[in-house]
Design a binder for this molecule. Structure first.
Ligand SMILES: Nc1ncnc2c1ncn2[C@@H]1O[C@H](COP(=O)(O)OP(=O)(O)O)[C@@H](O)[C@H]1O
Ligand SMILES: [Mg+2]
Length: 462
């Protein structure tokens, strides 16, 4: 609106002054107008350049922001202090700032030079006009009053043209920024979304059929022709070394990505034919990189299923099953205690507490459990930060969930995996072995080797 108003205002005052100038000297009017053209062209080019410069330096600003967050955040503080890397990170942050400043300074200089040149051109035109008017007055063609009017008209036309140019280039800058906005909002969805279709309650099971997947065309394959069945009502444990693709498989199953080749079937139906939100509504999960929300304990559990937000008994039941109820109940404000010091007031303990890593993990488990009656429970290394007692509880949970639902457990702790109906070993993006714990031990393959390693007292960590 501003830009449009500026253009309209510019046009109106320009018309007025141009009229007066035309009466006095059509030739001079042409000269003044012609001198405005280079300004318009130069301003347009400068705006383009500035927009390109802003686009090109954006990554410096983002990295500067990133280092700034690292230097001011509470969680990085421990490592930053122990390793003594504050000055190092600050140096990196300043380097980004300097790079951005250099680009901006270069642009400012260019603008200064161009605008200086344009101002000189305008002054030369006005000077030539004055010289012409003085001559005309000497020959009696113009009166003294005419000279005053002529000078005022030249100045008026020039400043109106200047304002018009500024308004046009301002509008152009906004339009260029708008094209970036449009590119973002019009970007096609990365997943083709089915709008019709249902995810019926799981009856038979989930099947991965020759699934190939990589995160990008230029990245290595993570899954290479994976065939896997997770029968309904069973607990399947997935094991494999770091980077074997276990968490990737989980993301595919929750439809965060689609396989590059092959299919994932939900009771025989390709999950691409089911609207993602309906599919996800049937699944509960503890992701390996689960969130720790800087909100109250109540919120932290209820986000698993918002219908439980005002139902303390449901929240407490989930927390009890995850073994974290006693801890939460003992907090200064119980379940309403914020689990962060981010918004804490002075030394008021009730305004926020900090949990340990294992306690957060139990909370993530409670969040998954409050999502009751889902068909599939996915636990991606839910016990990696848990004490033996909690780990034992996770096993019990798995056993319990299996009665009504289906469970996919990923764990490095082979003791946790032993209880599963089926153990699947993932290697090179495929299923290398599968069977019960006992049958795999008997087969004496990779699983047996891993298990013996742990039994010897080693622990494979994630
Ligand atoms: N978002 C991602 N973008 C690119 N590569 C990824 C991404 N997530 C995981 N990977 C890669 O995929 C491989 C499998 O990772 P992941 O499924 O997390 O392994 P696991 O859970 O078995 O330890 C790894 O080589 C990892 O680097
Ligand atoms: Mg993983």
């Amino acid at each position: 609106m501003d830009g449009l108003g500026g253009v309209l205002g510019g046009v109106l005052s320009l018309t007025g002054f141009l009229g007066s100038l035309l009466v006095l000297s059509p030739a001079m009017t042409g000269v003044v107008l012609a001198a405005a053209l280079p300004a318009l062209v130069a301003e347009t080019l400068l705006t383009r350049r500035r927009t390109a410069m802003e686009w090109d330096t954006e990554h410096h600003h983002r990295r500067e922001y990133f280092y700034g967050q690292l230097l001011t955040g509470t969680s990085p503080a421990t490592e930053i202090r122990l390793f003594g890397i504050g000055a190092f990170l600050r140096g990196r942050m300043m380097a980004e700032r300097r790079a951005a400043n250099a680009a901006e300074r270069g642009m400012d200089l260019r603008e200064l030079r161009t605008q200086g040149g344009l101002t000189a051109l305008g002054a030369a035109v006005a000077g030539a006009g004055l010289w012409w008017a003085a001559n005309a007055a000497r020959h009696g063609t113009l009166s003294v009053g005419d000279i005053a009017m002529f000078l005022a008209a030249v100045a008026g036309v020039q400043s109106a043209l200047g304002a018009l140019t500024a308004a046009i280039s301002g509008g152009q800058a906004r339009l260029l920024a708008f094209t970036h906005y449009v590119a973002v909002v019009r970007a096609p969805s990365d997943l083709p979304r089915a709008v019709t279709g249902e995810a019926p309650p799981l009856r038979r099971g989930i099947e991965f059929r020759d699934v190939w997947f990589r995160y990008g065309d230029d990245l290595p394959w993570v899954l290479r022709g994976l065939d896997l069945t997770i029968p309904h009502g069973s607990a399947v444990a997935l094991v494999g070394l770091n980077g074997a693709g276990k968490s990737t498989l989980v993301k595919l199953l929750c439809r965060m990505y689609d396989p590059v080749r092959g299919q994932i079937l939900w009771d025989g139906e390709d999950i691409r034919d089911i609207p993602p939100e309906k599919l996800r509504d049937r699944i509960s999960a503890v992701f390996q990189d689960h969130m720790n929300y800087e909100m109250s304990a109540r919120d932290n559990i209820a986000v698993g299923d918002l219908t439980a937000l005002d139902d303390p008994s449901r929240l407490e039941r989930a927390a009890s099953r995850a073994g974290v109820h006693d801890r939460l109940a003992a907090l200064p404000k119980g379940y309403d205690t914020p689990l962060t010091r981010m918004f804490a007031l002075d030394d008021d303990a009730a305004s926020g507490v900090v949990l340990s890593g294992g306690q957060w993990q139990r909370l993530a488990l409670a969040r998954a459990l409050v999502r009751e009656d889902r068909d599939l429970m996915i636990l991606d290394e839910p016990s990696s930060g848990l004490d033996p007692e909690a780990e034992h509880e996770v096993h019990a949970l798995m056993r319990e969930h299996r009665r009504g639902g289906t469970c996919l457990l990923i764990s490095h702790r082979l003791s946790a995996v032993r209880d599963a109906d089926r153990v699947v070993v993932l290697e090179d993006g495929r299923v290398a072995e599968q069977g019960t714990h006992d049958s795999l031990l008997e087969a004496d393959g990779g699983y047996a080797r891993l298990f013996r390693l742990q039994a010897d007292g080693y622990e494979v960590t994630s």
